[in-house]
Write a protein that binds this ligand. Structure first.
Ligand SMILES: N[C@H](CCC[C@H](N)C(=O)O)C(=O)O
Length: 332
């Protein structure tokens, strides 16, 4: 049961490859009742992704390895993905060329156990993992996520700097989704009660984002209001939150509260969404450097709103999961 840990500007992920987890007959309850023999391995992995509780445990900063999420792959199919989201992957699949053969698919899980449609840092990390293990050839290839196809280019293997095609940004309420009439969600007011409200825009790059432009931002602001906005009834699938300060026409700064993960030091899809919103509002040009507590990402916005993201990946460690780990499954 191997794991590989990486971070992208401090946004850390565990890569788990199904091939390292042969399907087990055990069930999670056997782990709770103690082992029959020494059989304490995760239930049914290999043929199916880890359960929500197993994801929460692995990502737990004390009982587990600690992580901002799990990258499960490569997998061959997006079976049992919710139709609505799966359809977008199928549309994207049909619409875009597949340079370099078959895409490799990965599933992305947040530390709360929820599944995410896309992760910009996760895609760069997974691309490095595949390249380091000879699971892809060459420097350009395609990855598939539940939120659509992503083209990868390894720009510099020494520095592990990669460019990812993040797909097309949309501001359409139905595609994000945002409740209410069909419209582009720009400059709307979000009432949080206690006479606190924010002007916001919303966007999707395969996963949903609420962007709050402000003259001043801080970690404290993200931690204080992020949870309320993430779970606001206006957002049926919850939402990632960015508080955004526009520095000049080529630089923005964001503080991030991620859906299902909380405060993070960096986020690829958040950078893409915030830069797209700033561009749509006419506040920045098409090449934007996004500054975050964990570092910077370069975002390019094409005239058709196709987003590309460029940044580095750092490897932290690799190792074996101990079966003992799963005896705390009932604590998370
Ligand atoms: N929490 C996000 C997924 C991870 C996004 C972030 N880590 C990135 O690099 O894009 C969601 O539920 O949509």
């Amino acid at each position: 049961m191997k794991f590989y840990k990486y971070h992208a500007l401090g946004n850390d992920y565990l890569v788990l490859n199904p091939a390292d987890f042969p399907a087990q007959a055990t069930s999670a309850c056997k782990l709770l009742d103690g082992p029959a023999g020494n059989d304490r391995t995760p239930s049914k992995w290999g043929s199916a992704p880890p359960s929500e509780a197993e994801v929460r445990l692995l990502c737990h900063r004390h009982y587990g390895l600690g992580s901002d999420g799990i990258l499960w792959g490569p997998v061959e199919t997006l079976d049992n993905v919710a139709d609505a989201v799966g359809d977008r992957a199928k549309q994207d699949n049909a619409a875009q060329p597949r340079p370099n053969g078959r895409p490799r698919m990965l599933r992305i899980y947040n530390p709360d156990g929820s599944e995410a449609e896309k992760s910009g840092n996760g895609l760069r990390i997974f691309a490095r993992y595949l390249a380091e293990h000879g699971l892809v050839q060459g420097d350009t290839f395609t990855l598939q996520t539940v939120g659509g196809l992503a083209r990868v280019e390894i720009i510099d293997r020494a520095a592990w700097r990669l460019c990812i095609g993040m797909g097309r940004a949309t501001f359409a309420s139905a595609e994000i989704p945002v409740a209410g009439p069909s419209r582009d969600v720009l400059g709307e007011s979000l009432d949080l009660g206690r006479d606190r409200h924010f002007s916001f825009c919303a966007a999707s790059v395969g996963n949903p984002h609420c962007v709050v432009p402000l003259p001043e931002i801080s970690e404290e602001l993200a931690r204080r209001y992020g949870p309320e906005i993430e779970t606001h009834p206006l957002f049926p699938n919850r939402i990632n939150v960015q508080f955004m300060q526009v520095i000049d026409r080529a630089n923005i700064r964001i503080e991030i509260w991620e859906r299902g993960a909380g405060y993070t030091l960096a986020s690829g899809t958040s950078s893409s969404a915030a830069a797209a919103v700033a561009h749509r509002l006419g506040l920045v040009d098409s090449q934007v450097t996004v500054h975050m507590p964990g570092g910077t990402l370069e975002i390019n916005i094409a005239p058709d709103w196709e987003i590309t993201l460029t940044g580095t990946v750092t490897k932290v460690s690799e190792g074996q999961l101990s079966p003992d780990l799963f005896s705390f499954l009932d604590r998370v």
